[in-house]
Design a protein around this ligand. Structure first.
Ligand SMILES: [Zn+2]
Ligand SMILES: [Zn+2]
Length: 361
């Protein structure tokens, strides 16, 4: 037997992870370690979050750490489905991958260190073992550390501050629940979306001066289009939530919303659908007629490049003369945006009278 090398037995004197280091490892004993990983934030200092419920869509959102409930938070909520979980349960897949890769990188470093300690190579990374019958030379070269990719997240987003707890957060599409306090802040999201269109409408004069009348007119038409789209999206979200609240299965909810088709692009059909499918008589105090008049202007705009056709005149008995462009002013767009919020608020209050009430279960 060749005499044992000096390095024998030293394998166990070094642990896989050294305490401290870039991940601030804590040795909990029994080969258990705790790593502290600082997750990268976006350029606005927001942290990506993801609903653990795979069926939740879109499921991803962001929060600005330090706003909302700070300290001692034990439960957080998904803004889309109100799934409840400890705050750390909302780590995104990208963040988990990033954390795993960082730990693997340290493990890689740790294993490398263990082998080096065990073999005790010379400064050139070589080690002579034995000296009698068997002699071997091991050359040890460290592989480059694996590259760690930072998490990537999409950039289509809406930033809102919860009016109740002050959490500054970001969602993709319409959302209902505040991730920190769990209250229903649906109307805050709708108002924020309408505010985007309002700022576009507020820029019309500048656009007219810079780019001409036709561009400014198209801008206004697009603003009206957007007002209708926001109304439709908000009503669909409320319908979906109502169908869930009365206990329909997910596939029946989607089927029900699908059958409504483009109902909510038309005010008369909206009022019918509210009554027939959602059991809600059209709320009083909502300027349905004015909304309807503005919504009707979409048709000549979308299908006829903004020129009034006979069908539009018959349907609306509008004073616009046939062949002339449908008049929309920035004031009318702003009024329509206000009316959309009044209508959505009334339907929201009608369907969910307790506002922030927690969904059953
Ligand atoms: Zn969710
Ligand atoms: Zn809140």
């Amino acid at each position: 037997m060749p005499s044992p090398g000096r390095g024998e037995g030293s394998t166990l004197t070094r642990k896989l992870f050294q305490s401290g280091g870039p991940l601030n490892f804590e040795d909990l004993g029994d080969d258990q370690f705790r790593a502290s990983i600082t997750l990268p934030r976006d350029e606005d200092g927001r942290l990506g979050r993801e609903c653990p419920d795979e069926a939740c869509s879109p499921g991803t959102f962001k929060v600005r750490p330090g706003t909302g409930i700070t300290g001692g938070q034990t439960v957080a909520y998904c803004p889309y489905c109100r799934h409840e979980e400890a705050p750390e349960g909302f780590a995104t897949k990208e963040q988990r991958r990033y954390a795993e890769e960082l730990v693997m990188r340290e493990a890689h470093r740790g294993v490398d260190g263990m082998i080096r300690d065990a073999l005790d190579p010379d400064v050139f990374g070589r080690k002579k073992l034995g000296g009698g019958l068997i002699s071997m030379e091991i050359s040890l070269k460290s592989a480059p550390l694996p590259h760690v990719r930072p998490p990537a997240e999409e950039e289509v987003r809406r930033d809102v501050v919860c009016p109740s707890c002050g959490l500054d957060h970001t969602v993709f599409g319409l959302a209902t629940w505040c991730p920190d306090c769990g209250l229903d802040i649906f109307l805050t999201h709708v108002a924020a979306e309408l505010a985007v269109v309002r700022s576009m409408a507020g820029d019309i004069e500048r656009r007219r001066e810079a780019l001409g009348r036709r561009v400014a007119a198209r801008d206004l038409e697009n603003c009206l289009e957007d007002a209708v789209s926001i109304f439709e999206a908000a009503m669909k979200a409320l319908a979906r939530r109502h169908l869930a609240a009365i206990g329909l299965a997910p596939e029946d909810i989607e089927g029900g919303v699908k059958r409504l088709g483009n109902t909510f692009q038309n005010i008369a059909r909206t009022i019918e659908a509210l009554r027939d499918h959602l059991g809600l008589t059209a709320a009083t105090g909502v300027p349905w007629e004015e909304l309807s008049a503005s919504f009707e202007k979409r048709h000549p705009i979308t299908h006829n490049l903004g020129v009034v056709d006979r069908k539009y005149l018959e349907r609306t008995q509008a004073s616009d003369r046939e062949g002339r462009e449908v008049g929309i002013s920035p004031a009318e767009v702003n009024m329509t945006l206000d009316r959309v919020l009044v209508a959505v608020s009334a339907v929201h209050a009608g369907l969910f009278p307790h506002g922030g009430a927690v969904r059953g279960g």
